[in-house]
Design a protein around this ligand. Structure first.
Ligand SMILES: Cc1cc2nc3c(=O)[nH]c(=O)nc-3n(C[C@H](O)[C@H](O)[C@H](O)COP(=O)(O)O)c2cc1C
Length: 306
């Protein structure tokens, strides 16, 4: 059998394979590049960028939970200009696509960042409408269909790269929000971001995180993420990038079967820095062993019970 086709296309950009590292869990790739071959990845979604540098929230900002973590990092990042100067030259050495994850407090913030990044070698924009850990944050746009529609449309009008709209799971009906993104002109949807949670220190009676609440991620959220990908797949026609608790090939396959065209791997990097490379290698082997010539044959292949 010929080598199976693993490539997927978002807008006019084709990724060599559908395994992408999730924003905020892989930095700008430098540290992980010491462990794995970054060329093996379909894409790298970089840490969420803001117009100005941010120090993030006060510590403690990570707490362990059963099968996951709560984080309230609060978008610590060097700012978009430092990213362009210091990180893009490093990332362009590799075949994997560069996905700039963008966060803002106002629609204007997003538009300014897109303008600044339009003429760089970034391949795709991932618009984070879901950051739960920033008080003045973007969650305000991400939790209503109309908010998502408006910000997506405004960005799409000026963006020179395909746009992926990243959705928050902290909503009542994920499908209407996804429709807002599609109607606004999104090239793809990524989901899920973290689920808001709290952990309490019973001795002090205070929350463990200084921010009081944080975003839950890791294997504990995977069933929720798979369910949401399934629901969104039944609602929209644009590609879906699924994530939430992926630790190995089997987990990734659940997302493809539910309807994801690509997956992102996040928190598990903190347990195993090789995980994304391993899943990429294992996926190719799985397709060969099962005589599947194209990853697209798997996407949305779910058979529901009658
Ligand atoms: C420490 C940490 C930082 C994160 N920072 C961002 C971020 O800057 N932008 C973003 O869109 N998502 C961010 N996320 C969310 C992840 O990209 C991902 O959506 C979520 O963690 C679910 O996937 P996982 O369970 O595989 O980690 C962050 C997650 C963690 C754990």
């Amino acid at each position: 059998m010929l080598k199976p086709n693993l490539s997927i296309t978002i807008g006019d950009v084709t990724l060599n394979n559908p395994i992408i590292t999730a924003s905020g869990t892989f930095g700008f790739g430098r540290e992980y590049g010491e462990y794995i071959d970054l060329n093996q990845l379909g894409g790298i979604a970089v840490k969420g960028l803001t117009l100005e540098p941010r120090l993030g929230n006060k510590t403690p900002r990570i707490a362990e939970t059963p099968s996951g973590i709560l984080n309230s990092v609060g978008l610590e990042n060097p700012g978009v200009k430092a990213f362009i100067k210091n990180e893009i030259p490093f990332l362009t050495q590799y075949d994997s696509k560069i996905i700039a994850n963008i966060a803002g407090s106002t629609v204007d913030d997003y538009l300014k960042m897109v303008e600044i990044l339009n003429d760089t070698l970034v391949d795709l924009f991932e618009i984070n409408l879901s950051c739960p850990n920033v008080r003045e944050g973007c969650l305000a746009f991400g939790s209503s269909k109309d908010g998502v529609y408006r910000v997506t449309k405004a960005i799409k009008e000026i963006a020179k790269k395909p746009i992926i709209i990243k959705l928050t799971p902290n909503v009542t009906d994920i499908t209407s929000i996804a429709l807002g993104a599609q109607e606004g002109g999104a090239d793809a949807i990524s989901l899920i971001n973290t689920i808001t949670g709290m952990k309490i220190d019973i001795k002090t009676k205070k929350p463990v995180l200084h921010n009081n609440t944080g975003g839950l991620s890791g294997p504990c959220i995977r069933p929720i993420a798979v369910r949401m990908v399934h629901q969104v797949y039944q609602t929209v026609d644009i590609p879906i990038i699924g994530m939430g608790g992926i630790t190995n090939l089997e987990d990734a396959l659940e997302f493809f079967i539910a309807g994801a065209s690509a997956v992102m791997i996040g928190t598990y990097h903190f347990m195993d820095p090789y995980v994304s490379e391993k899943v990429t290698i294992d996926l190719l082997k799985y397709l060969v062993d099962n005589n599947i010539s194209d990853i697209k044959q798997l996407i949305g292949s779910l058979i529901l019970h009658e």
